[in-house]
Design a binder for this molecule. Sequence first.
Ligand code: URA
Length: 233
Amino acid sequence: MRLDKFLANMGYGSRKDVKTLVKKKRITVNNQIVRKADIHIDPNKDQIMCDDLIIEYKEYIYLMLHKPAGYLSATEDQKQKTVLDLIKKQDKVLEPFPVGRLDKDTEGLLLLTNDGQLAHELLSPKKHVDKTYIAKLARNITDEEVKQFAEGVLLEDGYVTKPARLRTIEDNMVKITITEGKFHQIKRMFEAVDNKVLYLKRLSMGSLYLDKNLDIGEYRELTTEEVSQLSSK
Ligand code: URA
């Protein structure tokens, strides 16, 4: 990997900024001052330092975002705000993208990463990753509907959903767990039984739970433990 790319990826600015650092003799590779920014290094073997600081190599970034309503689950959009607008510049260097979609008006847990393999594993229909939401509904659910959701709901397009767990947590509020991620799935499931979702928030995805300390719009990096638990599914 080129040194300037490595430094840029690790948050040391643009390639131009990196060139300046090199010119000022602030960068060493294996304790040797480097003179050119475009030399090749092995990030897993070489020790790269800026001033007295060892730069640890990081290939992947994993961010847990408490998504607010009003943001698209996309990396860019011509007109509307996207979840990437909530991420600081230095955390965008490794180009994280949202793992799956929450609707624009849905809040809650959204994972952003540049780890394509993990994203694929979490989204693959074959893996049946649990996703739990709380939903505020227009009316209370019936026992019959709990049974119907457990057996599968016939949507307007003829698709029958996989079993979903549904339980009331308070008046007009339910917790629902689904294992798929069809377009507007939860809203369409309730529409199929003549109900309506008024508010929707995702609480968890697989082993990952929305951190209660994250205010709406805030995010943090996943811990190593959270990443390894997610990957081991
Ligand atoms: N189901 C929906 O209807 N919307 C979401 O954002 C997620 C699941």
